[in-house]
Design a protein around this ligand. Structure first.
Ligand SMILES: Nc1nc2c(ncn2[C@@H]2O[C@H](COP(=O)(O)OP(=O)(O)OP(=O)(O)O)[C@@H](O)[C@H]2O)c(=O)[nH]1
Ligand SMILES: [Mg+2]
Length: 313
Protein backbone atom coordinates (compact mmCIF):
# COMPACT_ATOMS: atom_id res chain seq x y z
CA UNK A 1 0.00 0.00 0.00
CA UNK A 2 2.70 2.35 1.06
CA UNK A 3 4.60 1.29 -2.02
CA UNK A 4 1.58 2.23 -4.20
CA UNK A 5 1.43 5.68 -2.75
CA UNK A 6 5.11 6.20 -3.34
CA UNK A 7 4.82 4.90 -6.87
CA UNK A 8 1.85 7.17 -7.46
CA UNK A 9 3.66 10.21 -6.14
CA UNK A 10 6.66 9.51 -8.35
CA UNK A 11 4.44 9.28 -11.40
CA UNK A 12 3.04 12.76 -10.96
CA UNK A 13 6.40 14.44 -10.22
CA UNK A 14 7.83 16.81 -12.79
CA UNK A 15 10.62 15.30 -14.90
CA UNK A 16 13.30 17.67 -13.56
CA UNK A 17 12.58 16.60 -9.98
CA UNK A 18 13.03 12.96 -10.86
CA UNK A 19 16.30 13.75 -12.57
CA UNK A 20 17.54 15.95 -9.78
CA UNK A 21 18.13 12.98 -7.52
CA UNK A 22 21.19 14.72 -6.11
CA UNK A 23 18.82 17.02 -4.20
CA UNK A 24 16.76 14.11 -2.78
CA UNK A 25 17.00 13.27 0.91
CA UNK A 26 15.47 10.55 2.97
CA UNK A 27 14.23 11.98 6.26
CA UNK A 28 11.94 10.57 8.93
CA UNK A 29 8.46 11.96 8.37
CA UNK A 30 4.86 10.97 7.80
CA UNK A 31 4.34 13.22 4.89
CA UNK A 32 6.39 13.79 1.81
CA UNK A 33 7.00 16.95 -0.14
CA UNK A 34 7.54 16.86 -3.85
CA UNK A 35 6.03 20.13 -4.89
CA UNK A 36 2.61 18.72 -3.87
CA UNK A 37 1.90 17.51 -0.34
CA UNK A 38 1.02 13.85 -0.02
CA UNK A 39 -0.61 12.32 3.07
CA UNK A 40 0.60 8.92 4.21
CA UNK A 41 -2.39 6.81 3.22
CA UNK A 42 -1.53 3.82 5.43
CA UNK A 43 -2.57 5.64 8.59
CA UNK A 44 -0.86 2.81 10.48
CA UNK A 45 2.26 2.86 12.70
CA UNK A 46 1.56 6.42 13.66
CA UNK A 47 4.10 6.18 16.47
CA UNK A 48 6.81 4.87 14.24
CA UNK A 49 9.02 7.16 12.26
CA UNK A 50 8.44 6.15 8.67
CA UNK A 51 11.00 7.06 6.07
CA UNK A 52 9.52 8.98 3.24
CA UNK A 53 10.91 10.96 0.37
CA UNK A 54 11.44 14.65 0.64
CA UNK A 55 12.46 16.20 -2.61
CA UNK A 56 14.52 19.26 -1.93
CA UNK A 57 16.32 21.23 -4.57
CA UNK A 58 19.04 23.09 -2.69
CA UNK A 59 20.05 25.32 -5.59
CA UNK A 60 17.12 27.48 -6.75
CA UNK A 61 18.60 27.60 -10.30
CA UNK A 62 18.98 23.87 -10.53
CA UNK A 63 15.68 23.33 -12.36
CA UNK A 64 16.61 25.88 -15.00
CA UNK A 65 20.15 24.51 -15.42
CA UNK A 66 18.73 21.03 -15.67
CA UNK A 67 16.14 22.02 -18.27
CA UNK A 68 18.83 23.88 -20.28
CA UNK A 69 21.03 20.80 -20.14
CA UNK A 70 18.08 18.74 -21.32
CA UNK A 71 17.47 21.10 -24.23
CA UNK A 72 21.14 20.99 -25.29
CA UNK A 73 21.11 17.21 -25.04
CA UNK A 74 17.97 17.06 -27.17
CA UNK A 75 19.59 19.15 -29.93
CA UNK A 76 20.97 17.56 -33.04
CA UNK A 77 24.81 17.46 -32.65
CA UNK A 78 25.16 18.58 -36.27
CA UNK A 79 23.23 21.74 -35.38
CA UNK A 80 25.55 22.41 -32.41
CA UNK A 81 28.68 21.91 -34.53
CA UNK A 82 27.16 24.32 -37.07
CA UNK A 83 26.70 26.98 -34.39
CA UNK A 84 30.31 26.57 -33.18
CA UNK A 85 31.70 26.75 -36.74
CA UNK A 86 29.64 29.89 -37.46
CA UNK A 87 30.96 31.57 -34.30
CA UNK A 88 34.56 30.63 -35.16
CA UNK A 89 34.09 32.04 -38.69
CA UNK A 90 32.87 35.38 -37.28
CA UNK A 91 35.86 35.64 -34.91
CA UNK A 92 38.39 34.74 -37.63
CA UNK A 93 36.85 37.30 -40.02
CA UNK A 94 37.14 40.05 -37.38
CA UNK A 95 40.81 39.19 -36.72
CA UNK A 96 41.63 39.18 -40.46
CA UNK A 97 39.85 42.49 -41.05
CA UNK A 98 41.80 44.13 -38.22
CA UNK A 99 45.06 42.69 -39.58
CA UNK A 100 44.54 43.81 -43.19
CA UNK A 101 43.27 47.26 -42.31
CA UNK A 102 46.37 48.01 -40.23
CA UNK A 103 48.95 46.13 -42.26
CA UNK A 104 51.17 47.08 -45.16
CA UNK A 105 48.32 47.56 -47.59
CA UNK A 106 48.19 51.12 -46.21
CA UNK A 107 51.95 51.55 -45.80
CA UNK A 108 53.52 52.90 -48.98
CA UNK A 109 56.62 54.78 -47.82
CA UNK A 110 60.15 53.72 -48.69
CA UNK A 111 62.54 55.42 -46.28
CA UNK A 112 66.14 56.23 -47.16
CA UNK A 113 68.05 56.25 -43.87
CA UNK A 114 71.70 56.06 -42.85
CA UNK A 115 74.58 58.07 -41.42
CA UNK A 116 75.60 61.46 -42.81
CA UNK A 117 77.26 61.38 -46.23
CA UNK A 118 76.37 57.76 -46.95
CA UNK A 119 74.74 58.88 -50.23
CA UNK A 120 70.97 58.94 -49.48
CA UNK A 121 70.21 62.18 -51.30
CA UNK A 122 72.17 61.21 -54.39
CA UNK A 123 70.40 57.82 -54.41
CA UNK A 124 67.07 59.63 -54.05
CA UNK A 125 67.85 61.69 -57.13
CA UNK A 126 69.15 58.71 -59.13
CA UNK A 127 66.11 56.57 -58.31
CA UNK A 128 63.66 59.31 -59.25
CA UNK A 129 65.24 60.87 -62.31
CA UNK A 130 68.39 58.88 -62.99
CA UNK A 131 70.33 62.14 -62.87
CA UNK A 132 73.46 63.01 -60.91
CA UNK A 133 73.04 65.91 -58.53
CA UNK A 134 75.47 67.81 -56.33
CA UNK A 135 74.25 67.49 -52.78
CA UNK A 136 74.62 69.15 -49.41
CA UNK A 137 73.93 67.78 -45.96
CA UNK A 138 70.16 67.44 -45.67
CA UNK A 139 68.45 69.31 -42.86
CA UNK A 140 64.92 68.21 -43.66
CA UNK A 141 63.09 65.38 -45.41
CA UNK A 142 62.31 65.21 -49.13
CA UNK A 143 59.68 62.99 -50.64
CA UNK A 144 58.38 62.12 -54.09
CA UNK A 145 56.35 59.34 -55.74
CA UNK A 146 58.56 56.53 -57.03
CA UNK A 147 57.31 54.17 -59.72
CA UNK A 148 58.76 50.72 -59.13
CA UNK A 149 60.19 48.86 -62.12
CA UNK A 150 57.68 46.03 -62.10
CA UNK A 151 54.67 44.92 -64.17
CA UNK A 152 52.24 45.90 -61.42
CA UNK A 153 53.34 49.53 -61.76
CA UNK A 154 53.54 49.90 -57.98
CA UNK A 155 54.07 53.44 -56.78
CA UNK A 156 55.74 54.11 -53.44
CA UNK A 157 56.50 57.36 -51.68
CA UNK A 158 60.28 57.65 -51.57
CA UNK A 159 61.43 59.66 -48.55
CA UNK A 160 64.99 60.91 -48.02
CA UNK A 161 65.70 61.49 -44.31
CA UNK A 162 68.51 63.62 -42.90
CA UNK A 163 71.37 61.55 -41.49
CA UNK A 164 72.67 64.01 -38.91
CA UNK A 165 72.60 62.65 -35.32
CA UNK A 166 70.57 65.55 -33.99
CA UNK A 167 67.87 65.31 -36.69
CA UNK A 168 67.61 61.54 -37.16
CA UNK A 169 65.30 60.65 -34.23
CA UNK A 170 62.58 63.17 -34.98
CA UNK A 171 62.35 62.29 -38.70
CA UNK A 172 62.38 58.60 -37.97
CA UNK A 173 59.57 59.11 -35.48
CA UNK A 174 57.60 61.01 -38.11
CA UNK A 175 57.79 58.38 -40.85
CA UNK A 176 58.45 55.01 -39.22
CA UNK A 177 54.83 53.90 -39.00
CA UNK A 178 54.32 54.53 -42.75
CA UNK A 179 57.36 52.49 -43.80
CA UNK A 180 56.78 49.66 -46.21
CA UNK A 181 60.51 49.32 -46.64
CA UNK A 182 63.62 50.85 -45.12
CA UNK A 183 66.67 51.35 -47.32
CA UNK A 184 69.58 51.62 -44.92
CA UNK A 185 72.43 53.27 -46.84
CA UNK A 186 76.01 52.51 -45.80
CA UNK A 187 79.19 54.20 -47.04
CA UNK A 188 81.15 51.05 -47.90
CA UNK A 189 84.37 53.02 -48.45
CA UNK A 190 84.70 54.16 -44.83
CA UNK A 191 82.66 51.37 -43.24
CA UNK A 192 85.57 50.10 -41.14
CA UNK A 193 85.83 53.47 -39.43
CA UNK A 194 82.06 53.82 -38.95
CA UNK A 195 81.09 50.26 -38.09
CA UNK A 196 80.20 51.07 -34.47
CA UNK A 197 77.99 54.06 -35.41
CA UNK A 198 76.30 52.15 -38.22
CA UNK A 199 75.55 49.22 -35.88
CA UNK A 200 74.20 51.53 -33.17
CA UNK A 201 71.83 53.26 -35.58
CA UNK A 202 70.66 49.95 -36.98
CA UNK A 203 70.18 48.60 -33.46
CA UNK A 204 67.98 51.55 -32.46
CA UNK A 205 65.98 51.14 -35.66
CA UNK A 206 65.41 47.41 -35.28
CA UNK A 207 64.53 47.46 -31.59
CA UNK A 208 61.88 50.12 -32.17
CA UNK A 209 58.48 48.70 -31.17
CA UNK A 210 56.61 50.09 -34.21
CA UNK A 211 59.22 48.94 -36.73
CA UNK A 212 59.46 45.54 -35.11
CA UNK A 213 55.67 45.14 -35.17
CA UNK A 214 55.16 46.34 -38.77
CA UNK A 215 58.28 44.52 -39.97
CA UNK A 216 58.95 46.59 -43.14
CA UNK A 217 61.46 45.05 -45.56
CA UNK A 218 65.03 46.07 -44.73
CA UNK A 219 67.44 46.69 -47.61
CA UNK A 220 71.00 47.44 -46.56
CA UNK A 221 72.44 49.32 -49.55
CA UNK A 222 76.24 49.10 -49.41
CA UNK A 223 76.88 52.26 -51.42
CA UNK A 224 80.00 53.83 -53.00
CA UNK A 225 81.16 50.54 -54.53
CA UNK A 226 82.94 52.61 -57.23
CA UNK A 227 85.63 53.42 -54.65
CA UNK A 228 88.45 50.84 -54.59
CA UNK A 229 88.55 50.63 -50.77
CA UNK A 230 84.84 49.80 -50.56
CA UNK A 231 83.97 46.73 -48.46
CA UNK A 232 81.76 44.02 -49.92
CA UNK A 233 78.17 43.57 -48.77
CA UNK A 234 79.07 40.15 -47.37
CA UNK A 235 81.81 41.53 -45.17
CA UNK A 236 79.61 44.43 -44.06
CA UNK A 237 76.85 42.00 -43.07
CA UNK A 238 79.26 39.81 -41.06
CA UNK A 239 80.82 42.75 -39.25
CA UNK A 240 77.44 44.26 -38.44
CA UNK A 241 76.18 40.95 -37.04
CA UNK A 242 79.27 40.74 -34.82
CA UNK A 243 78.93 44.34 -33.67
CA UNK A 244 75.22 44.05 -32.99
CA UNK A 245 75.81 40.92 -30.99
CA UNK A 246 78.08 42.95 -28.69
CA UNK A 247 75.61 45.83 -28.58
CA UNK A 248 72.84 43.46 -27.56
CA UNK A 249 74.83 42.38 -24.50
CA UNK A 250 75.89 45.89 -23.45
CA UNK A 251 72.43 47.41 -24.00
CA UNK A 252 70.70 44.65 -22.03
CA UNK A 253 73.22 45.02 -19.20
CA UNK A 254 72.73 48.80 -19.15
CA UNK A 255 68.97 48.39 -18.96
CA UNK A 256 69.07 45.79 -16.20
CA UNK A 257 71.43 47.90 -14.06
CA UNK A 258 69.01 50.86 -14.36
CA UNK A 259 65.85 49.24 -13.06
CA UNK A 260 66.87 45.72 -12.14
CA UNK A 261 65.13 44.09 -15.07
CA UNK A 262 65.74 43.68 -18.78
CA UNK A 263 62.47 45.13 -19.97
CA UNK A 264 61.31 48.02 -22.09
CA UNK A 265 63.50 47.58 -25.12
CA UNK A 266 62.92 44.68 -27.50
CA UNK A 267 65.45 41.87 -27.60
CA UNK A 268 67.10 41.66 -30.98
CA UNK A 269 67.19 38.20 -32.58
CA UNK A 270 67.07 34.87 -30.75
CA UNK A 271 68.07 34.49 -27.13
CA UNK A 272 71.01 32.16 -26.52
CA UNK A 273 72.20 32.44 -30.15
CA UNK A 274 74.66 34.79 -31.83
CA UNK A 275 72.84 37.56 -33.64
CA UNK A 276 72.08 37.06 -37.33
CA UNK A 277 69.90 39.23 -39.56
CA UNK A 278 67.96 36.12 -40.57
CA UNK A 279 66.51 36.01 -37.02
CA UNK A 280 64.64 39.29 -37.53
CA UNK A 281 60.89 39.39 -38.18
CA UNK A 282 61.33 41.29 -41.46
CA UNK A 283 62.83 40.37 -44.82
CA UNK A 284 66.46 41.56 -44.87
CA UNK A 285 68.63 41.98 -47.95
CA UNK A 286 72.20 43.22 -48.31
CA UNK A 287 73.18 44.56 -51.72
CA UNK A 288 75.94 46.59 -53.37
CA UNK A 289 75.39 49.81 -55.30
CA UNK A 290 76.97 53.03 -56.42
CA UNK A 291 74.88 56.17 -56.66
CA UNK A 292 77.75 57.87 -58.39
CA UNK A 293 78.50 55.04 -60.82
CA UNK A 294 81.90 53.97 -62.11
CA UNK A 295 81.79 56.50 -64.96
CA UNK A 296 81.39 59.42 -62.60
CA UNK A 297 78.98 62.34 -62.75
CA UNK A 298 78.20 61.99 -66.43
CA UNK A 299 77.64 58.25 -66.35
CA UNK A 300 74.82 56.11 -65.07
CA UNK A 301 74.46 54.99 -61.47
CA UNK A 302 74.92 51.35 -60.57
CA UNK A 303 71.65 50.79 -58.73
CA UNK A 304 69.94 47.90 -60.58
CA UNK A 305 70.08 45.66 -57.50
CA UNK A 306 68.29 48.30 -55.43
CA UNK A 307 65.70 48.93 -58.15
CA UNK A 308 64.99 45.19 -58.34
CA UNK A 309 64.48 45.03 -54.58
CA UNK A 310 62.04 47.94 -54.65
CA UNK A 311 60.19 46.25 -57.50
CA UNK A 312 59.55 43.22 -55.28
CA UNK A 313 57.95 45.09 -52.37
N1 LIG B 1 82.17 58.03 -54.92
C1 LIG B 1 80.91 58.08 -54.58
N2 LIG B 1 80.41 59.15 -53.97
C2 LIG B 1 79.11 59.17 -53.62
C3 LIG B 1 78.25 58.09 -53.88
N3 LIG B 1 77.03 58.39 -53.40
C4 LIG B 1 77.11 59.61 -52.87
N4 LIG B 1 78.35 60.11 -53.01
C5 LIG B 1 78.85 61.38 -52.56
O1 LIG B 1 78.83 61.42 -51.16
C6 LIG B 1 78.53 62.73 -50.69
C7 LIG B 1 77.32 62.68 -49.76
O2 LIG B 1 76.19 62.28 -50.48
P1 LIG B 1 74.70 62.63 -49.99
O3 LIG B 1 73.79 61.98 -50.93
O4 LIG B 1 74.55 64.08 -49.82
O5 LIG B 1 74.71 61.96 -48.57
P2 LIG B 1 73.50 61.89 -47.53
O6 LIG B 1 73.46 60.51 -47.07
O7 LIG B 1 72.28 62.45 -48.12
O8 LIG B 1 74.02 62.82 -46.35
P3 LIG B 1 73.12 63.62 -45.28
O9 LIG B 1 72.11 64.40 -46.02
O10 LIG B 1 74.09 64.48 -44.57
O11 LIG B 1 72.51 62.64 -44.37
C8 LIG B 1 78.29 63.56 -51.95
O12 LIG B 1 79.45 64.25 -52.28
C9 LIG B 1 77.98 62.53 -53.01
O13 LIG B 1 78.32 62.97 -54.33
C10 LIG B 1 78.81 56.95 -54.53
O14 LIG B 1 78.16 55.94 -54.81
N5 LIG B 1 80.14 57.01 -54.85
MG1 LIG C 1 71.04 64.00 -47.69
Amino acid sequence: MNGDVLAGSAACRPLWLLKASGGRRRVPSQISFNGLMEADSTGANMGEKAETDVEMTENPFEPYIESLRQQVEDQDPVFLIGVIVALAAVIITCVFLKYFLTSKTVRTAVLLVGLCDSGKTLLFSRLLSGKFKRTQTSITDSSAPYKAKNDRGSTWTLIDLPGHDSLRPQYLEKFKSAARAIVFVVDSAIFQKEVRDVAEFLYVLLTDAVISRNAPALVVACNKQDITMAKSSKLIQQQLEKEMNTLRVTRSAALSSQDGSVGGSLYLGKKGKDFEFSQLPMKVEFLECSARGCKGEDGKADIEGLENSLAKL
